[in-house]
Write a protein that binds this ligand. Structure first.
Ligand code: RP5
Length: 152
């Protein structure tokens, strides 16, 4: 199905998280953005998790402060979850530690603070494992990035 769910804890995370959506869209990968808070709207998170489990391949989850959303999402779905710590306070270190320090058994693949573009690139690499078209598109991205080929 090649669909990526992008979820974040607040609309205030959108400025950072939309870089993930932009990268995926630019590379022809379907994605959908959701806003729901593990703390403020837990039932909505559960409902979205059910949708994700049925209809998506990978989750990119961003949150700041006591950033529990990526971990909660990882607990609710069997799909890989990539966590994006958002810098909302103390330079994002609170969020980074909350997301990366998952207990054994429920991993969240965590990227850098505000690293939503890398989250999208990682999602594309995972999709490329089983889809030759995505693999080709990813190789083109790599070639352009390493200046083997001019950007058009
Ligand atoms: C977290 O709290 C959100 O992910 C956001 O990064 C932070 C602040 O949220 P707002 O107060 O801006 O809604 O849950």
């Amino acid at each position: 199905m090649n669909k990526v769910a992008i979820i974040m804890g607040s609309k205030s995370d959108l400025e950072i998280m939309q870089k993930a959506a932009q990268f995926l869209t630019e590379h022809g990968i379907q994605n959908e953005v959701f806003v729901a808070s593990a703390h403020r709207t837990p039932q909505k998170v559960h409902d979205i998790a059910q949708d994700i489990e049925a209809n998506y391949d990978i989750v990119i989850a961003g949150a700041g402060l006591a950033a529990h959303l990526p971990g909660v999402m990882a607990s609710l779905v069997t799909k890989p979850v990539i966590g994006v710590p958002i810098n909302a306070a103390v330079n994002g270190l609170d969020s980074l530690l909350a997301i990366v320090q998952m207990p054994p058994g429920v991993p969240v693949a965590t990227v850098a603070i505000n690293g939503s573009k890398n989250a999208a690139i990682l999602a594309m690499q995972i999709l490329a494992l089983k889809d030759p078209e995505v693999r080709k598109s990813f190789q083109e991205f790599r070639d352009i990035q390493s200046e083997l080929k001019p950007a058009n």
